[in-house]
Design a binder for this molecule. Structure first.
Ligand SMILES: NC(=O)c1ccc[n+]([C@@H]2O[C@H](COP(=O)([O-])OP(=O)(O)OC[C@H]3O[C@@H](n4cnc5c(N)ncnc54)[C@H](OP(=O)(O)O)[C@@H]3O)[C@@H](O)[C@H]2O)c1
Length: 272
């Protein structure tokens, strides 16, 4: 049975930009009510103005802040009564080796990419279980399947989110709550400009980039079809396939990609 999206309440993190913003537009188009969250109120208000009407509410939330999480969830419930779909999308990366990674970048990635989705899942799951219906959508990454050097810690946070999503799906089997893992490949968003550059820079890590709209269409389609996983971009699918047959070959490809796509600003010695 497909999941009827009409009138569903969708809370999206990182809805001010890129994939999260496009997901807000696409779920809204599918008839959902949207709780659009991020730190940038001006961008959320611009999104709400663009979509218009009563089916979207912009809510400021730094997902790493427990107080802001609690307030945002309260606002969502006051406005729409409950949450049907949680989209854990907010994320950030720092490009550098493990050794050179500043402590605060490490903490920020762990808090934002991994701990915050767990906290939000734990906050909304009881009400979903009570209703016997709901969806958790986690936006991970292809690098959650196959690490790319100079993005090793970012990849590891995505691998952790991927693993969490798989475990959650098993824990929730038969409860009526669906779990969807989304693994985008390179997507044309401000992600690479917003990322911290310590000793490597990158504008892209693949030859082709999907538009965030294309990713969002796949997310909403998979949500409606109750899919378990969706991996995006041909290159993204290819590297996960290669890895299934040879970890050595996949590592060699990712080293080459890192060398060409993320030239070291300072010599780092990795990936000779
Ligand atoms: N772009 C790619 O190539 C790619 C590939 C694979 C996976 N992904 C993943 O896709 C997701 C979306 O990324 P994107 O490409 O759309 O990047 P983006 O355009 O930079 O968007 C990131 C979003 O996260 C929000 N955010 C950052 N820190 C936050 C915080 N502390 N609290 C709440 N929101 C926060 C930002 O909003 P504010 O700054 O307003 O808070 C923004 O809306 C991320 O999880 C990313 O890891 C991206």
């Amino acid at each position: 049975m497909p999941y009827d999206l009409e009138d569903r309440v969708v809370l999206i993190t990182g809805a001010s930009s890129g994939i999260g913003r496009a997901c807000a537009v696409e779920y809204h188009r599918a008839g959902c009510r949207i709780v659009a969250t991020a730190r940038s109120l001006d961008k959320l208000e611009a999104l709400a103005a663009e979509l218009g009407g009563e089916r979207i509410v912009p809510v400021v939330m730094d997902v790493t802040d427990p107080v802001e999480r609690e307030i945002a969830l309260r606002v969502a419930h006051e406005r729409f009564g409950h949450i049907d779909i949680l989209v854990n999308n907010a994320g950030w990366a720092s490009f550098t080796s493990i050794l050179r990674m500043p402590e605060e970048h490490l903490d920020r990635m762990l808090a934002l990419n991994f701990a915050a989705p767990i906290a939000l899942i734990r906050a909304v799951l009881p009400e979903m279980l009570e209703r016997g219906s709901g969806q958790i959508v986690n936006i991970s990454s292809v690098v959650g399947y196959q690490t790319i050097p100079r993005m090793t810690v970012y990849s590891a946070t995505k691998a952790a989110l991927t693993s969490l999503t798989t475990g959650l799906r098993m824990e929730l089997k038969g409860t009526g709550v669906d779990v969807l893992l989304v693994a985008p490949g390179s997507t044309d968003t401000p992600f690479f400009q917003v990322a911290a550059t310590v000793d490597a820079r990158a504008e892209r890590v693949a030859r082709t980039k999907y538009s965030p709209q294309r990713v969002a269409r796949a997310v909403v389609h998979s949500s409606r079809r109750r899919r378990r996983e969706v991996t995006l971009t041909a290159e993204g699918k290819l590297i996960t396939l290669i890895r299934r047959f040879s970890h050595r070959a996949a590592d060699a490809i990712m080293c080459r990609v890192a060398r060409s796509a993320m030239p070291a600003v300072k010599p780092t010695g990795e990936c000779p």
